[in-house]
Design a binder for this molecule. Structure first.
Ligand SMILES: [Zn+2]
Length: 494
């Protein structure tokens, strides 16, 4: 066994240890003098490849890496346990605190007290394939695997946390919650950690990771196909605006859809003002059960400038169904509340992510919506570009297009039509399932958009759709900071 007791001198530092021969497994145990500090630990092998990530909140202070995926723990990357110098990176530690660790390595049986291998899991990597960044790829995950052939609306959750960052659910518990809540898909988006395997069974699970800066805000990479080292690189990674840009570029190269999380939520708001709007594939307009009015206002400002960025939702649950994790004064957040509904060609990770990209999305705490646009192919739903569909009379550039909006499960609520950011009409939903025959005037050349919101009598939001639009507008805003200014917001958010 190799180990060390030390006093941490700087917030970010490294410690090395040597393994003298190739072996089957490596067990790392560690301890230090803080609890729930959100400090991170990263283990890199002699090739510099990220092999294990840890966040100091709830997870056990031990890791097992194995050449076999089935024997590797959740936060570890399986593969060769090679001879040479391994590096432990300590990120955001408190100077002066103690840190100790012990490493065992060997062949055959794991030592006594080693973390249990994750049973009944599907491995997403065996560590053998690498991305352009040189890190392990999730090459065993099947992005095309189809759980349902039908083209229809599917409901899921695109933002949730397990024990492996700062959530309370084990992956098994999250899978069981996804079943119990009747979801079609869900994405475990742990902070700065990508899962290498997931429990078998249950709804479609889409790999993802929440890039978390702890100072400047968080964004989700949904459908990330390989690890990224969020703290690595000469540019400082998540620490700098330049590093953020690079990571967003690399995440896109790795197939991920990039979404800014809880963009206007107090100290968790997105505060990297230099962020390029062109690096946004989606925005989380609804985080957790409660509406954030500033998020909807900011989203409207994006659309008004011509940036047609799809809005999505996420529970951001860190909780168990009967126990809140981070703030016990609040009721637990439930997986799928709010739910993100996507109109997908089929139920596969690829199809769900494509549907999100195209904006065929609404977010809801319960009501179900559908829209049929007269004369449209059945591809026209929320998020659709109606420009080609407009058939103006001679001498005109605009036309009325009828549509049928069906609302289920919202009796007694009000339906709001939002046009270019302004509320233009309110209709009362009287029946459990109600069809609204509507007609809106759309222009071929003048850019314009309309979305729908359902609200209870007291104004509480229960559903919001992505906009339908026509025409196009060349955006004038380039950065997040310009967007905030345009929308009349100043940092920090309250
Ligand atoms: Zn989160």
């Amino acid at each position: 066994m190799k180990g060390r007791n030390m006093q941490v001198e700087q917030a970010d530092s490294t410690v090395e240890f040597r393994i003298d021969r190739d072996c089957d497994w490596l067990v790392l145990r560690f301890d230090y003098s803080t609890r729930m500090s959100w400090a991170e630990l990263r283990l890199k092998d002699p090739e510099g490849t990220l092999r294990y990530t840890y966040m100091d909140v709830h997870a056990r202070r031990a890791a097992v890496l194995h050449k076999q995926p089935a024997s590797t723990g959740y936060a570890g990357v399986p593969g060769r346990i090679g001879a040479g110098v391994w590096t432990l990176e300590l990120i955001r530690f408190q100077p002066g605190q103690t840190f100790s660790f012990a490493v065992e390595f060997g062949d055959g049986e794991l030592p006594e007290g080693a973390p249990e291998p994750a049973l009944f899991n599907v491995s997403w990597t065996d560590g053998s394939e690498r991305s352009a960044q040189g890190l392990a790829a999730l090459h065993l995950y099947d992005w095309e695997r189809c759980a349902d052939e039908r083209r229809r609306w599917y409901r899921g959750d695109l933002h949730a946390h397990t024990l492996w960052s700062d959530g309370l659910m084990t992956p098994e518990q999250m899978r069981d919650q996804a079943i119990a809540r009747g979801l079609d898909f869900y994405s475990p988006t742990d902070h700065n950690m990508l899962h290498s395997s997931w429990p078998a069974g249950g709804p479609l699970v889409i790999p993802g990771m929440e890039f978390t800066s702890f100072e400047k805000g968080d964004w989700n990479a949904l459908g990330l196909t390989a690890w990224l080292d969020c703290w690595g690189g000469a540019d400082g990674g998540m620490r700098t605006a330049e590093g953020q840009r690079r990571l967003k570029r690399e995440a896109r190269e790795l197939g991920a859809l990039r979404s800014i999380n809880h963009p206007t939520h107090g100290k968790w708001a997105w505060q990297t003002t230099e962020t390029l709007l062109e690096q946004l594939d989606a925005i989380e307009i609804w985080n957790g059960p409660h509406e954030n009015k500033a998020s909807l206002a900011l989203w409207s400002a994006l659309w008004n400038d011509g940036w047609r960025v799809p809005g999505i939702g996420g529970s951001d649950t860190h909780d168990l169904p009967d126990r809140a994790g981070l703030d016990e004064s609040l009721p637990p957040r439930l997986l799928g509340d709010p739910g993100t509904w996507v109109y997908a060609d089929r139920l596969s990770a690829r199809a769900v992510l494509d549907a999100v990209r195209s904006g065929s999305v609404y977010v809801s705490r319960g009501p179900e919506l559908d829209i049929v646009i007269a004369g449209g192919e059945n591809g026209f739903t929320f998020g659709a570009d109606l420009t080609e569909r407009i058939e103006p009379a001679e001498g005109s550039e605009s036309a009325l297009i009828p549509c049928t909006l069906t609302v289920s499960g919202a009796a007694g609520q009000n339906l709001y039509v939002i046009e270019n950011g302004a509320e233009v009409s309110v209709l009362t939903v009287e029946q459990e399932q109600q069809r609204f025959e509507l007609a809106f005037r759309w222009h071929r050349r003048h850019y314009g958009w309309r979305r729908f919101e359902l609200r209870h009598a007291d104004g509480t939001l229960s559903a919001v759709t992505n906009p339908l639009f026509s025409g196009a507008k060349q955006p004038t805003l380039t950065t997040w900071g310009e967007l905030l200014e345009q929308a009349g917001f100043a940092l920090p958010f309250p």
